[in-house]
Design a binder for this molecule. Structure first.
Ligand code: ZN
Ligand code: ZN
Length: 339
C-alpha cells in the first residue's frame, strides 16, 4: 500500500486532532494530507496538528485526496466503515488509474495502545464517574423509578461539564436480568438488586463501570449470585497481564461461574477495549484470538442473569501493564446495601 485513506471520524481525530464531522486523511510513508470542506477550515486551523499538508477546501474530499496520488499507486481504504456505495464511487472516480484495496483496521490497531496522556484522560473520566456513582447512592433509590435515577445521573454528569459515554443502564429487580436493559417505569423497591452501568466522556475519552447494589436486605439467592460474580471478576482480573491471551482472561472467570451452575446465565464476553469509543479493540471473550498488550485499556465485566428474577454484573476498567494491571475503578466491590 502506498497510502491509506482514513475517513471514519474517530480515526481522523486520532491521527490529525480534527474533531469536526467532515475530514479525510491520506497518510503514507511520506505523505500526510488532511482535507476538509469550507465549513471547517477555521476549526482545522486550530485542531489539525503539525506536519499535515492542507489541500484547498472542497466538497469532494475523496476524489481530491485520490487526485494527490501518482498513477499506479495502491491506496487502501477502511473497509469497516466505507459503505458499498462510497466504494463504488471511489472506483468509478479512479478507473484503472489507481488500485483501491481494503486495508482492515490499521488505525484501530494503533488506537489499542494508549500513551500516557490518553491513559490520564481515561483515568480522569473514570474518577468522575466514580464520583457520580457515589452521588447516586446518596441520592437514594427506594421509591424512585429507573428513569428518575437515569435523569438524575445525566443531569449530574452534565453539571460536572462532561457527557455520558453511552446511554446509562439502570436496571432493577427482574430488569437486571437483561444485560442491556433500557431504563423504564419500574419503581425500585427494598429487596431488589440494582445494576448501574455508566460511564463519562471527558476530553474525547470514555470510561465504563458497572456496580450492582442491594437495595435493602438481599435474598440468599441474590447474595450467592453476587458472590459468584465477584469471585469470577476477581479471577479474570488476576489473569490480566501483558502476554496473557484474551480468551484466557475470559475463561478464568467463566470457569467459576460454570462450576457454580450458572454457565448458561453468562451469555456475553468478559470485556472490551475502551478509549475514544466506548467499545473498541481488543475483545476479551471466549472467541477472542489475540493476546493482551501493555497499554491497552480494557473492561472486566462478567455477569449472571436469571430471567424474570435478578441480574448481577460487576465491571472495572483497567490498564494492562507488563506484570498485571492498574485498576482505574476505585469503587468498593463487596456487596453494598443501599437505600
Ligand atoms: Zn459498562
Ligand atoms: Zn463495558
Amino acid at each position: 500500500m502506498d497510502a491509506l485513506l482514513v475517513g471514519s471520524p474517530v480515526n481522523v481525530q486520532y491521527l490529525s486532532g480534527f474533531a469536526g464531522s467532515s475530514g479525510l486523511c491520506l497518510v503514507g510513508p511520506d505523505h500526510r494530507s488532511f482535507l476538509t470542506d469550507f465549513r471547517y477550515v477555521e476549526r482545522a486551523d486550530e485542531e489539525v496538528g503539525e506536519g499535515w499538508s492542507r489541500p484547498e477546501p472542497s466538497y469532494l474530499l475523496w476524489r481530491d485526496a485520490l487526485g494527490l496520488m501518482p498513477d499506479g499507486a495502491k491506496v487502501g481504504f477502511e473497509d469497516a466503515s466505507v459503505t458499498v456505495r462510497e466504494l463504488e464511487g471511489l472506483r468509478a472516480a479512479v478507473g484503472d488509474r489507481l488500485e483501491i484495496l481494503p486495508a482492515g483496521d490499521l488505525v484501530e490497531g494503533l488506537r489499542e495502545i494508549k500513551d500516557a496522556e490518553e491513559v490520564e484522560r481515561i483515568r480522569a473520566a473514570a474518577a468522575m464517574a466514580d464520583g457520580v456513582f457515589q452521588w447516586l447512592v446518596e441520592f437514594g433509590f427506594v421509591g424512585r423509578s429507573e428513569l428518575e435515577v437515569l435523569r438524575a445521573c445525566e443531569v449530574r454528569i452534565t453539571e460536572l461539564g462532561a457527557a455520558t459515554s453511552f446511554p446509562p443502564i439502570i436496571a432493577a429487580g427482574p430488569n437486571g436480568a437483561i444485560p442491556h436493559a433500557e431504563p423504564g417505569d419500574y419503581t425500585i423497591a427494598e429487596g431488589d438488586l440494582l445494576t448501574i452501568d455508566m460511564g463519562v466522556q471527558l476530553d474525547y475519552y470514555c470510561s465504563d463501570c458497572t456496580r450492582t447494589y442491594a437495595v435493602g436486605e438481599p435474598s440468599d439467592r441474590a447474595r450467592e449470585v453476587y458472590e459468584t460474580v465477584l469471585a469470577a471478576q476477581s479471577a479474570s482480573l488476576l489473569a490480566v497481564e501483558a502476554g496473557a491471551s484474551c480468551s484466557a482472561v475470559d475463561a478464568a472467570g467463566r470457569e467459576l461461574i460454570t462450576e457454580a451452575g450458572y454457565g448458561p446465565n453468562f451469555g456475553h464476553g468478559t470485556g472490551h477495549g475502551v478509549g475514544m469509543e466506548i467499545h473498541e479493540a481488543p475483545r476479551v471473550s471466549q472467541a477472542a484470538t489475540g493476546d493482551l498488550r501493555s497499554g491497552q485499556v480494557i473492561t472486566v465485566e462478567p455477569g449472571i442473569y436469571l430471567p424474570g428474577e435478578l441480574g448481577v454484573r460487576i465491571e472495572d476498567l483497567v490498564v494492562v501493564t507488563e506484570d498485571g494491571y492498574e485498576n482505574l475503578s476505585s469503587l468498593p466491590k463487596e456487596l453494598q446495601i443501599v437505600g
